[in-house]
Design a protein around this ligand. Structure first.
Ligand code: C6P
Length: 412
């Protein structure tokens, strides 16, 4: 059960209150990026109005204020994911940069020739391409864990692919295409038994469900602010302190040093060792406001509402016989993302026709081409929900899909 009034919530999101093609906007693309409540917009504005200065540098009051904004956000993020220390919270640009940091700093230094890197076939490109670079450079082997007919990872498949040769496993906790929620805790426990470390791409998980990195025992966990009501250009990498300590810096330059001579540099302590150059403090201000907003509503409340909303949409879509739905056909192991194809219609045409009804969905390969090849499809249409979506919006979305084939002059 959930406990909030979605209409009240929607009043906090100014962008939702507008028309697209003369129709009320129905935004079903939060998997790509989420909208921002007023409080996030206000905090970013307030930062530039009264707190803007380069953090960690000045002795003057404004720089101290800016540093406080940045570091308070780090503590808030630590608490939000239950990390043990703020040293384990590295700020980046986005999930992509967080994953690249691990690949280039950990992967390029600790993966050796002949080691195996195990990936999930449902991974986003940002959790595949960096590992391909590592595997090529280090002459390591990439192995993929494949999925069953409903897009789930079975225990047998996991145990077949992860072995004592595995040095690192990297997987998403929720697929941005299938909506499948993967059993990351089981993968982490098994991989650890085999002696491997585990990277979790939480871009689609953390915005929608409570994540406790300590309970999970994840070695690394990456996510983006913009998918959880925060601003674009701000991301987080959680990493276990003992691993981060052993890793060399990813980017070098200002802010991340302890001492620099003409020939040599010693590096700053964690987390600053991984934060070169002037940082995105307004982004930190926005993320802090987003986390406070999410905490106020309650992550369990959000998960429960989205589960009901997704079940409602899924059941309505499953009734349409010329629709193919990818991923789980029930709410077991399923989050608020539904990919589908309409028989006789290209996914891009589906998205364009829905746009005429004010419904914004994504179409294409969703930056997951290996998964699309595995599914045997070039593209899908995708609706992804957040807790500001309503059941009435789902009705309009489903009715619009029913009109697609008429628009294209095929079918009923
Ligand atoms: N997926 C989508 O529409 P960035 O761009 O770095 O904030 O996030 C990358 C990323 C990583 N992992 C997963 C599982 C993702 O879904 C994404 C972003 C968007 O599905 C844009 S392609």
């Amino acid at each position: 059960m959930y406990n909030f009034d979605v209409n009240n919530i929607r009043r906090d999101f100014p962008i939702l209150n507008q028309k697209i093609n003369d129709q009320p906007l129905i935004y079903l693309d939060s998997g790509a990026t989420a909208h921002k409540p007023n409080i996030v917009l206000e905090e970013i504005k307030k930062y530039y109005e009264i707190k803007n200065a380069n953090p960690h540098r000045g002795a003057y009051q404004l720089s101290v204020l800016s540093t406080e904004v940045y570091e308070n956000t780090r503590e808030l993020v630590r608490g939000f994911i239950n990390a043990k220390s703020t040293k384990e919270i590295i700020f980046t640009k986005n999930t992509t940069e967080s994953l690249n940091l691990i690949a280039f700093s950990y992967g390029m230094n600790f993966i050796k020739e002949g080691d195996e890197i195990v990936l999930l076939i449902a991974n986003h490109h940002s959790n595949i391409v960096p590992w391909q670079q590592v595997a090529k450079t280090k002459r390591a082997h990439l192995k993929y864990m494949y999925l069953d007919d409903e897009g789930r990872l079975t225990e047998d498949e996991m145990k077949e692919k992860i072995s004592p040769k595995t040095k690192l496993v990297s997987l998403c906790d929720v697929s941005n295409v299938l909506g499948t929620v993967y059993p990351v805790k089981s993968v982490i426990d098994y991989a650890h038994k085999m002696g491997a470390i585990v990277v979790v791409d939480g871009a689609q998980g953390l915005p929608h469900r409570k994540v406790d990195v300590t309970e999970l025992d994840a070695d690394f966990y990456a996510f983006s602010a913009h998918k959880m009501l925060g601003p674009m250009g701000f991301g987080v990498l959680y990493g276990k302190e003992e691993l981060l300590n052993e890793m060399p810096p990813f980017l070098t330059g200002g802010n991340m040093i302890e001492y620099v001579s003409e020939e040599e540099t010693t590096f700053a302590e964690l987390p600053y060792k991984f934060e070169a150059g002037t940082q995105n403090v307004s982004g930190a201000a926005g993320l802090a406001a987003a986390i406070n907003y999410l905490n106020e509503i309650g992550m369990d409340n959000i998960t429960a509402y989205e589960k009901d909303l997704t079940a409602y949409a899924l059941n309505k879509l499953l009734e349409i016989d010329y629709l193919k739905i990818y991923g789980p056909k029930t709410m077991k192991d399923r989050g608020g993302v539904i990919s589908f194809t309409v028989e006789g219609a290209h996914p891009h045409d589906v998205a364009s026709i829905l746009d005429a009804y004010g419904v914004a969905i994504r179409s294409g390969h969703h930056c997951a081409r290996p998964l699309m090849n595995f599914l045997g499809v070039a593209a899908t249409s995708r609706a992804s929900f957040y807790f500001y979506n309503t059941f009435e919006e789902i009705d309009v979305f489903v009715d619009s899909i029913k009109k697609v084939r008429k628009w294209l002059g095929s079918g009923s």
